[in-house]
Design a protein around this ligand. Structure first.
Ligand code: NI
Length: 267
């Protein structure tokens, strides 16, 4: 994959994300008005651990365009496992891909997930388009609710399919704001709701990463038995701190991300 193709793919992911989260366009504009550039720290993707669609499948186009696996994370409470991928070009976003341990679900829900994934047509969705192909299956609101009772993550994935769950403004690169607290204040002054599960700021300077996020706004999803409004995507903000050698920490903090996953919870 050439750099040009990579840029095009990242742009298509951004456009897809804006469709589900129009508020992100507004937030991006608020920061663009005050800054020479607004950099994206990372893009988060969600998937199931089944072989056809797992992290390794979804990472294919990134690995072909100069990204390498750089860290792995366990979220035992949410039955998730994640890896992050990064590129030597620091202007390119890190890619954070998590997958649900399907076996953690009830037998009925496992069968449901297997049936959804079985609808994938590898001719229609080659691995290099999996990260923004959207929902390649039919799902009913009843099925969504059955998954929701067990896993918010599984329900979100069944409803929205494969697409960016969030983009992340890299706070260090802003000239308008220095701290996460300032960013949060600024957002709230524009009536933007933040995820306060576990406190508005997740992480700490000691952990080398502080993050906050908006609450996902509701969007109408077409289920096979009707259209229902459910939480879609959110926007995240990350401030990174230097390691002893002076370079910025590039990883993620499982304990903080655990709470950030809750930004798409139904309320
Ligand atoms: Ni994130």
């Amino acid at each position: 994959m050439t750099n040009e193709e990579l840029t095009q793919m990242l742009d298509e992911m951004w456009q897809d994300y804006l469709e589900l989260n129009p508020q992100a366009r507004h937030i991006h504009q608020l920061f663009s008005d005050l800054n020479y550039q607004v950099l994206n720290d990372h893009i988060a993707l969600r998937t199931f651990d089944l072989e056809e669609v797992n992290i390794d499948k979804m990472a294919t186009p990134f690995l072909y365009s100069g990204y390498r696996a750089a860290g792995e994370y366990h979220f035992p409470n949410k039955h998730l496992y994640a890896k992050h991928f990064q590129h030597d070009d620091p202007a390119l976003p890190k890619i954070f891909i998590s997958q649900l341990m399907t076996e953690s679900l009830s037998t009925d829900n496992q069968l449901l997930v297997h049936n959804l994934v079985a609808e994938l047509d590898p001719m229609q969705q080659p691995p290099d388009t999996l990260c923004y192909c959207g929902r390649p299956w039919e799902v009913s609101y009843e099925e969504y609710k059955a998954l929701l009772a067990q896993s918010e993550y599984a329900a979100w994935l069944a409803a929205f399919g494969f697409r960016p769950n969030h983009f992340t403004i890299f706070v260090n690169a802003l000239t308008s704001h220095t701290s996460i607290e300032e960013v949060n204040q600024f957002l709230k002054s524009h009536s933007i709701e933040l995820n306060s599960a576990g406190g508005e700021v997740k992480g700490s300077p000691e952990e080398r990463l502080e993050q906050s996020s908006t609450l996902a706004s509701k969007v109408a999803v077409e289920f096979s038995d009707g259209s229902v409004e459910i939480p879609g995507c959110y926007y995240e903000f990350a401030r990174r701190y230097p390691l002893e050698d002076g370079s910025l920490y590039q990883g993620f903090v499982a304990a903080s991300a655990d709470k950030i996953f809750e930004s798409t919870d139904s309320r």
